[in-house]
Design a protein around this ligand. Structure first.
Ligand code: GMT
Length: 377
């Protein structure tokens, strides 16, 4: 199949999943065309069957806001016509599903019928999309997609609760190539980060308020009083500064490392003992799955889709949002004893295998075929 994938190319789960999906589909022989404003961060363009089409928005002084949707829908029309694309797969409803719908209509005028699959990722529904300024457009684009998927059952439930949806929503969970996270080196170079007796605790995100980065520092503060440890905070975002201030206030500067954005997440996870994800909302928690695939247990909240990924008492522990004391106690339970830590590490990896690329990508192929068939009846 010839598939166009629209996504956000920046650091963030939806872009990562869209990229991994495109790469996996290309390996299965499909021709993949990424259409977005920048090369996706995890995309290696030298792969077979992968193409990238950059959407540029010409600046014009009259516009306070540059019309990205217009440029994207025009680029989609052009790409579909030039490369004979058979399916559009848009990740993140805003504004991708809206632009995709417009492209479909423009192509229909020229007698070209193309199905659009929309994948809902989380904040496009629970935070941004639900805003009254966007809601009618988001509802419209979901209802006018040929196929809609959500990355967890919890996100499907939220979508049906928050929007007036007439379309079926199919749950296709996020996935990971577990083998990419299998440690091929015996030496993870953990001595670069910590002393042999220290445990390494990691958080990876875009450090937005929804990730509750200050809770991470508070949890770590309790843990490090009992167990010698280091905290690695990976990513960039608005909560970095307040978190740095809290680290300073608590006298933890020697124990906490702020990494910024990294292309080496699997190397960082390789020497990590425990992953923290105390988010306010999380439709799935791809970062938790990446940690688990590296054999790293997860302390998370029980919000959204996290209980579908992190299994209580097996791959880690889950607590109510903001329950710092319980999350710290659970972290100590896992880190306090080497046998327990080893058991959780094995279980974390085992749990991640349920979400392996091999088991999930076929579900998208089936959906594409269904969407294409629906246009020919
Ligand atoms: O969490 C973020 O801030 C990034 C956001 C995104 O759009 O990339 O992540 C959402 O989609 C990911 C991939 O499906 C999910 O794993 C995240 O849980 C989800 N984030 C939220 O729901 C807050």
């Amino acid at each position: 199949m010839k598939i166009a994938i629209v996504c956000y190319p920046t650091f963030g789960g939806s872009g990562v999943v869209a990229t991994e999906l495109g790469v996996a589909l290309a390996e299965r022989g499909h021709e993949i065309h990424f259409v977005t404003y920048k090369q996706p961060v995890r995309l290696d363009l030298l792969s077979r069957n992968i193409h990238f089409h950059e959407v540029s928005v010409p600046q014009y002084p009259l516009f306070k806001y540059q019309p990205y949707e217009l440029a994207l829908s025009s680029k989609l029309v052009d790409t579909v016509k030039r490369f004979g694309i058979e399916v559009l797969h848009v990740h993140y409803a805003i504004p991708h599903a809206y632009a995709g719908y417009m492209a479909k209509q423009m192509l229909a005028e020229e007698g070209i019928q193309i199905p659009m699959v929309t994948t809902l990722h989380g904040t496009d529904i629970t935070l941004v999309g639900n805003h009254p300024f966007y809601k009618p457009a988001v509802t419209f684009s979901i209802n006018n997609s040929d196929c809609v998927t959500s990355v967890s059952q919890s996100l499907k439930d939220d979508t049906l609760r928050l929007f007036d949806i007439r379309n079926e929503i199919e749950v296709v969970p996020n996935f990971i190539n577990v083998d990419d996270y299998t440690n091929h080196f015996t030496d993870c170079q953990r001595d670069l980060m910590a002393l042999p007796e220290e445990k390494i605790i990691t958080h990876v995100s875009n450090l937005r308020p929804v990730k509750r980065v200050l809770d991470i520092v508070e949890i770590f503060n309790i843990v490090q009083q009992e167990i010698p440890s280091k905290l690695l905070i990976v990513g960039e975002g608005p909560e970095r500064e307040p978190a740095e201030a809290l680290v300073e206030k608590l006298g933890l500067k020697e124990r906490v490392i702020f990494f910024g954005n990294s292309h080496e997440i699997n190397k960082i996870l390789c020497f990590t003992d425990l992953f923290l994800l105390p988010s306010e909302k999380e439709s799935f928690g791809l970062a938790a799955l990446e940690a688990m695939a590296s054999g790293v247990p997860v302390i998370s909240t029980n919000t959204g889709g996290l209980p579908e990924v992190n299994i209580q008492g097996e791959s880690g522990f889950l607590s109510d949002v903001g329950n710092i004391t319980e999350m710290a106690a659970n972290a100590l339970k896992i880190l306090g004893d080497d046998d327990t830590l080893a058991r959780f590490k094995i279980k974390a990896k085992e749990t991640a295998r349920k979400f392996d690329t091999k088991t999930v990508v076929g579900q998208y192929e089936t959906l594409y075929e269904k969407a294409m068939a629906s246009l020919t009846v």
